[in-house]
Design a protein around this ligand. Structure first.
Ligand SMILES: Nc1ncnc2c1ncn2[C@@H]1O[C@H](COP(=O)(O)OP(=O)(O)OP(=O)(O)O)[C@@H](O)[C@H]1O
Length: 329
C-alpha cells in the first residue's frame, strides 16, 4: 500500500483521534513576535514554507535567530542551518540577544560579547570565567543554557549541504528529541544544488524545501537573498526582487519582506514628521503572502542591532508607505 495514499476515511479518523486527545489538528510554532503571530493566526505551521527576504543588513539573520530562540525557549525543538556564519558566532549573538532582552539599554554592545568569545588568551574557568568580566553576560549565558537542549545548529556549506543533508539532519533531531523541529535555512540560495542556472536552482531548492516541510510536517523558514534592484536606498524590496522570484513567490505559503522604514515611508512623512530620523530605527515587516490568513499587512519592529535583536512588541505601521520615493531627501 502506498504510504502517501490516504482515503478520506483515514484522514477523518486521524482528525477525530486528535480531537479526542485534544492535541488540535494543526501544529503551531509561535514566532514570539505577538503582532506577527496574530497575523499568522497563531504562528508558523507544520507543512508550511515561510520565506523571509529583505535587502542586505536589514536584519534577516537577526530576526530568524530571534524566532529560533523564541521557539527553543518555549520548549520546541529547532534546527538552524547556517550557511553564513559559524555556530560559535551565532552562539555569541544569542548570548548578546539574551543580555538585551534581560537588561534592555543597560546591556553591552554585541561586539563586546564577540570579543570575549574570540579572545585567544587562556582562561582556567573557560567561557564562564571570561563572561564574568562583562556585566549581564553571566545571566545571559544562563538563559541560553536553559534552552540549549532544544536548539540545534548545523554548519552548512554551499558545496556540501544539499536538501538530502538537511532532511537527514531534521530526521536526526526528530529521533533524538522526539519532537518535530522548526527548520531554519539561512539562506535558500546557498543550498547545494546541481543546477547551474541561478533561477533554476532557486526553483529546484524552493520546491524541495516545500516538500521537506510537507513530508516532515514541520515549518521550514528560509531566508532569501534579493536581486540588486531590491538593494537601493529609497526603493522598497518586493517579491519580484527575490532571486528566482517566480518560483519562490509561488511555492511559499508565507512571504515576509523586511525593509528599512526610513527607505519606504512616503516623502510627506519624512518632511513633516517631528523627528524623521527615528524612522531609521524601525524595520517594516510586510506580509506579502499568507495562505493562512490576512496578507498585505505592514508590521513594524524597533531594531536593536547593537544587541542582535528586535523589540518583539511591534504593531501595524500607521504611516503611508511607498514603493519608491521620487525625491529622497
Ligand atoms: N555592533 C553592532 N552595532 C550595530 N549594528 C550592528 C552591529 N553589528 C552588526 N550590526 C548590523 O546589524 C544588522 C543586521 O545584521 P543581520 O546579519 O541580521 O542582517 P541580514 O539582513 O541577515 O544581512 P545580510 O544580508 O548581510 O546577511 C546589519 O546591518 C549589521 O550591520
Amino acid at each position: 500500500m502506498d504510504p502517501e495514499l490516504h482515503s478520506l476515511a483515514d484522514v477523518l479518523e486521524r482528525v477525530d483521534e486528535r480531537a479526542r486527545l485534544g492535541t488540535g489538528t494543526t501544529h503551531l510554532w509561535p514566532t514570539g513576535f505577538p503582532a506577527l503571530d496574530d497575523v499568522l493566526d497563531g504562528g508558523l505551521r507544520g507543512g508550511n514554507l515561510i520565506l523571509l527576504a529583505g535587502p542586505q543588513g536589514q536584519g534577516k539573520t537577526t530576526m530568524a535567530l530571534q524566532m529560533a530562540r523564541n521557539a527553543a525557549a518555549a520548549g520546541h525543538a529547532v534546527v538552524y542551518f547556517c550557511y553564513e556564519h559559524d555556530p560559535e558566532v551565532l552562539l555569541s549573538r544569542l548570548v548578546s540577544l539574551e543580555a538585551g532582552l534581560l537588561y534592555q539599554s543597560h546591556a553591552p554592545n554585541q561586539d563586546r560579547f564577540r570579543h570575549l568569545f574570540e579572545d585567544p588568551s587562556p582562561n582556567p574557568d573557560g567561557l564562564v570565567g571570561r563572561l564574568q568580566t562583562l556585566p549581564t553576560a553571566t545571566e545571559a549565558l544562563q538563559t541560553v543554557l536553559s534552552y540549549q537542549e532544544h536548539f540545534h545548529l548545523h554548519r552548512s556549506t554551499g558545496t556540501t549541504t544539499s536538501i538530502k543533508v538537511i532532511a537527514e539532519a531534521v530526521e536526526q533531531v526528530r529521533r533524538e528529541t522526539g519532537q518535530s523541529p522548526l527548520v531554519i535555512v539561512d539562506y535558500l540560495q546557498k543550498v547545494k544544488s546541481d543546477s547551474v542556472n541561478e533561477a533554476e536552482r532557486a526553483a529546484e531548492v524552493v520546491e524541495d524545501l516545500k516538500d521537506l516541510a510537507i513530508m516532515h510536517q514541520v515549518p521550514v523558514f528560509a531566508i532569501s537573498a534579493s536581486d540588486k534592484g531590491g538593494l537601493l536606498a529609497g526603493k522598497r524590496m518586493r517579491a519580484h526582487h527575490l532571486r528566482g522570484s517566480t518560483a519562490l513567490a509561488y511555492e511559499c505559503d508565507v512571504l515576509l519582506i523586511l525593509n528599512s522604514k526610513y527607505d519606504i515611508v512616503s516623502r510627506q512623512h519624512l518632511v513633516y514628521a517631528a523627528n524623521a530620523e527615528t524612522f531609521r530605527q524601525w524595520t517594516v515587516l510586510s506580509v506579502e503572502k499568507n495562505r493562512n490568513g490576512r496578507a498585505g499587512l505592514e508590521l513594524e519592529f524597533r531594531k536593536h542591532f547593537e544587541q542582535n535583536r528586535f523589540d518583539p512588541d511591534g504593531g501595524l505601521v500607521r504611516e503611508q508607505l511607498v514603493d519608491e520615493r521620487l525625491v529622497l531627501e
